[in-house]
Design a binder for this molecule. Structure first.
Ligand SMILES: *Cc1c(COP(=O)(O)O)cnc(C)c1O
Length: 411
């Protein structure tokens, strides 16, 4: 029997019946709630505050002596339900949700780092994370170093006595470069630091950073967790002392809170995550293999962790259960990339990824447009790079569309 919680915000205990379940069962049967009406699909709790039976009860709730809802900036049943499901999927002790992926990530930095601390990040990260590292953290007196994601020696060399956090994204956006989670967790712990992993591209269905030693995973729920391009959301999952401690406290006081409606959408989105990822993986692998043999893309111009030509294919096989729904094409220059994008008939041109529909992006002039050209070059984000987020369409239709767009590009 799955757990049905009463109206309470008690965080899930680390050991629960879900420990022996696979990801699909966890996503369907954890984090459930049922009100006195007996609904089987979770209700939507659109309320800004919660009523107390007495001033004594209000006092006890505020004093953390009695669990329960207080105010939707930091307690709401839809948020708690989504958080429990995320913790169960990632195998984490606890989870806290946020209004967006960037709210989750910037809050993690600001909750755990202080003036005088040092953080090391991989160079190829989501554009806004790099912008926060470059523009916001130094203003708070936090020292930042960026290193090559796949170069373990560079990570080691960057560590200083005041290093508090290593932050990586694997596979990375948009280059699909990968980092060794277990090795970086070991390096962090040997030096008294923590490792936080952005698990957006792989999702907890295909990669479990906490089981490999990471202390935290961070998510943009906007992508595959919703999976249908509807709402923004974010989450931080992992060690309870960090998540329910400083990170929750930051959320409670600073207020980058997820809306109950978005939490409800994400909670339902997780129910189909495992099924969707299976299809995304399968279609992306098939398309990557077909395009890799295309005359216009010969010589390793298709980047996909599932291709033997990917520099870290062995690491991908070891660290992930599936290679993901994103692939990149190196089309030579911006003009060719734009000609390809303009010729697509199925894929939508957007800056999003992880939607049910196939999406195409030119990172150099959109998500990474604010970077200096040298920084883009160093991260492998060329003017010819196109990122494809393979959707749930019939794979033959997608393949035909990409092939005709390549022909149109070649002229
Ligand atoms: C989109 C994304 C983010 C940021 O999430 P938002 O929900 O857009 O704020 C962070 N990391 C990765 C890898 C992403 O793709």
């Amino acid at each position: 029997m799955f757990q049905i919680h009463a109206n309470t915000s008690i965080a899930m205990s680390p050991k629960s019946p879900s420990d022996s379940w696979g990801p699909a069962t966890r996503a369907l049967h954890t984090g459930q709630r049922r009100s006195a009406e007996g609904e089987n699909s979770i209700a939507l709790y659109l309320t800004s505050s919660f009523a107390f039976e007495s001033p004594e009860q209000a006092r006890a709730r505020f004093a953390d002596e009695e669990p329960g809802n207080i105010y939707s900036r930091f307690t709401n049943p839809n948020l708690s339900a989504f958080e429990e499901r995320m913790a169960a999927l990632e195998g984490g002790e606890d989870a806290v949700s946020f209004a967006s992926g960037m709210a989750a990530i910037s809050s993690t930095f600001l909750a755990l780092l202080s003036a005088g601390d040092h953080i090391v990040l991989s160079r190829s990260v989501f554009g806004s994370i790099a912008n926060v590292a470059r523009d916001v953290l130094p203003r708070m007196g936090i020292e930042v170093d960026l290193v090559s994601l796949s170069d373990l020696e560079a990570w080691r060399a960057a560590i200083k006595p005041n290093t508090k956090m290593l932050f990586m994204e694997t596979p990375a956006n948009p280059t699909l470069e990968m980092g060794d989670i277990a090795a970086l967790a070991q390096l962090a712990h040997d030096n008294g630091a923590i490792l936080a992993v952005d698990n957006v591209f792989a999702t907890p269905v295909m990669q479990q950073p906490l089981a490999l030693g990471a202390d935290l995973t961070v998510h943009s729920a906007t992508k595959y967790l919703d999976g249908q391009g509807r709402v923004l959301g974010g989450a931080v999952v992992g060690r309870k002392d960090l998540v329910r401690g400083p990170i929750y406290s930051y959320l409670r006081n600073c207020g980058p809170t997820l809306s109950p409606f978005n939490a409800w959408v994400l909670h339902k989105g997780l129910e189909t995550l495992a099924l969707r990822m299976e299809r995304h993986n399968h279609s992306a692998l098939q398309i990557a293999q077909a395009l890799d043999c295309h005359a216009l893309l010969s010589g390793g111009k298709v980047r996909y962790p599932g291709l033997p030509s990917h520099a870290q294919h062995e690491l991908a096989k070891r660290q992930m259960q599936g290679f993901g729904g994103l692939l990149c094409l190196e089309l030579g220059d911006r003009e060719r990339a734009y000609r390809f994008l303009n010729a697509l008939t199925i894929a939508q041109i957007t800056a999003n990824l992880g939607d049910s529909r196939t999406l195409a992006t030119h990172p150099a002039t959109t998500t990474h447009a604010k970077w200096k050209e040298e920084a883009r070059q160093a991260a492998g984000i060329t003017q010819g790079l196109v990122r494809l987020s393979i959707g749930l369409e019939d794979v033959a239709d997608l393949q035909a569309d990409f092939e005709q767009a390549l022909e149109a590009m070649a002229g």
